[in-house]
Design a protein around this ligand. Structure first.
Ligand SMILES: NC(=O)C1=CN([C@@H]2O[C@H](COP(=O)(O)OP(=O)(O)OC[C@H]3O[C@@H](n4cnc5c(N)ncnc54)[C@H](O)[C@@H]3O)[C@@H](O)[C@H]2O)[C@@H](O)CC1
Ligand SMILES: [K+]
Length: 507
């Protein structure tokens, strides 16, 4: 498990760590770790050129101290640092860099415009030649995008970076939101990010793609608060996945009821039931109208059709929730919606997906009922619009996915699994538990039916006794990994993902 703490908590932990230490020790630890990563990278490059972009704060200090170490190493590197801020750079670090022979280019505006433009042009040419580019403009003190007097300089310098250069971000990619909330800000996209002490939200949330490979350098921070975000790794999957005991039977392992796929969306029934069977349900019961029932019978002979005792429900994939209020609706469709409503009214654990979300008008009635909502951004916008009785748009949700998921979680007393390129599993605020972020899924997994498969996997885990928080994270993680494995780098179909799930589930 990798955990991330808020910027405030990181700063507090740094202050605690610094107290007994000699001045500058913490930054020295950070710079030492960063220099080690940089020099290791230089091993295979002949006469390597390293250029650091340096801001005025601690992040630039890390970069300069590290460049001093690289210049002194036996790497044979040509090392330069470009100071981007009008406020100069960390004084001691700048002295150390100069003394070690790092070439310093100061872009602080000190005279005529032409002189400044010429200096910037030269700096851009230097940057364009870099084999390794060190981004030390801003760290946790940065705000999203470029701002202030250095904005135009930063923009030009980053534009000049060669596509072949290896970009190492110091602590985090400058311009990215340290809190991981603002997703599409201008700034650096790194191949690798070297962070200090602990990860920050930017490394795990929707900004994670721009961090590249994450490398953690230990500087001796002792965290005393809860993390704000987490990501599972393969070991967590193995550890959390429920395994059958020798005295288990199909009932004790968990029977999952699936109310999905009406006469219109028959595929949702087959996909959800198939994925539940593949993910290791003790038994799956399917409830739906005749056409999808016949398809399920022939495609998934392991499933049982019709109402009976279950330990958890999946309600909603491909469900036509309007059938109950439509006078022309088929009686079988109406009966399916009635079954869906009864499942939601029960106290049993429930995955609520797609059409099932349209049946929610507030918290599930039984207190403590374990509930996992699995909307995509559009479904979440519709749900919030209805529950909050005010317009919430798709763009609103996209601009702050975690915040909106949190609102729905609080309104429905449920954990919300918000599907997307980064999937978020967001428990209600009151739990104080971190947001879980899952970014395993390849973009190819954005395909019809993939959500039905995910709902089936999550349902199996609820039926086996996991809480919605673990069930949702585990399901999304395994779903993403299976989505990759069925055809690495290429298109996938949802049914194949369902069949690939068992390869991942036991760890
Ligand atoms: N405090 C400590 O104990 C340690 C700090 N460390 C480093 O120090 C960093 C934090 O240092 P600071 O608090 O000085 O902050 P930063 O160095 O992250 O950035 C602050 C500077 O960037 C400018 N800035 C902010 N947003 C900008 C934007 N959008 N565009 C252009 N300029 C912008 C600010 O005006 C300010 O001068 C960490 O990320 C880490 O790299 C590490 O050395 C570990 C120890
Ligand atoms: K940085």
């Amino acid at each position: 498990m990798i955990a991330a703490w808020s910027v405030e908590d990181v700063r507090a932990a740094e202050a605690r760590a610094m107290e007994p230490l000699p001045d500058g020790e913490l930054m020295d630890r950070a710079a030492r770790g960063l220099a080690k990563v940089v020099t290791a990278r230089l091993d295979d490059i002949e006469e390597p050129r390293v250029v650091a972009l340096v801001g005025s704060g601690g992040n630039g200090g890390d970069a300069l101290f590290a460049m001093a170490r690289v210049a002194r190493s036996d790497s044979d590197a040509d090392v330069a640092a470009v100071l981007v801020s009008d406020r100069g750079a960390h004084k001691k670090a700048l002295v150390a860099a100069r003394e070690a022979g790092v070439a310093i280019v100061d872009l602080a505006r000190s005279g005529a415009d032409e002189a400044h433009d010429e200096a910037l042009e030269k700096a851009c040419a230097l940057v364009a030649e870099a084999d390794v580019l060190i981004d030390g403009i801003t760290g946790i003190g940065g705000s999203p995008g470029w701002s202030g007097s250095s904005a135009q300089r930063c923009r030009a310098l980053i534009d000049a970076v060669d596509d072949e250069a290896y970009v190492i971000a110091v602590d985090l990619p400058s311009g990215a939101d340290p809190a991981g909330v603002v997703l599409d800000s201008e700034g650096v996209w790194a191949d690798e990010t070297v962070t200090f002490g602990v990860a920050k939200p930017v490394h795990l949330l929707g900004t994670s793609a721009r961090c590249g490979v994450l490398t953690l350098v230990d500087i001796g921070l002792d965290m005393t608060t809860m993390p704000v975000a987490e990501r599972l790794d393969h070991d967590d999957v193995a550890q959390l996945w429920p395994l059958p005991a020798s005295d288990d039977d199909k009932y004790s392992r968990g029977v999952l009821g699936v109310v999905a796929g009406g006469e219109n969306y028959t595929g949702a029934a087959v996909l959800t039931v198939t994925s539940a069977v593949c993910a290791g349900a003790g038994m799956v019961r399917y409830i739906g109208p005749p056409t999808p029932t016949a398809l399920v019978r022939s495609a998934v002979p392991e499933a049982v059709c019709g109402i009976g005792r279950v330990q958890a429900w999946v309600v909603g994939p491909g469900l036509d929730a309007d059938a109950e209020s439509d006078p022309d609706a088929d009686g079988e469709d109406v009966a399916q919606v009635t079954a869906a409503t009864e499942a939601l009214d029960s106290g049993l654990p429930c995955v609520v997906d797609a059409g099932g979300l349209d049946l929610l008008d507030g918290p599930r009635p039984r207190a403590g009922a374990r509930t996992l909502l699995t909307p995509h951004a559009g479904e979440l916008a519709r749900l919030l619009t209805r529950l909050e009785e005010r317009e919430v748009s798709l763009d609103d949700v996209r601009a702050d996915p975690v915040g909106h998921a949190r609102r729905a979680a609080t309104l429905v007393h449920a954990t919300v699994l918000l599907k997307g390129s980064t999937t978020y599993v967001v428990p209600p605020e009151i739990t104080g538990m971190p947001v879980r972020a899952v970014a395993e899924a390849p973009a190819w997994l954005a395909t019809a039916g993939a959500g039905d498969v995910l709902a089936g996997v999550a349902g199996v885990l609820l039926a086996a006794g996991l809480d919605p928080y673990d069930a949702g994270t585990l399901a999304a993680t395994v779903h993403g990994l299976a989505g990759h494995d069925v055809n690495p780098g290429g298109p996938v179909r949802a049914l194949d993902v369902a069949f690939a799930t068992p390869a991942w589930s036991p760890g």
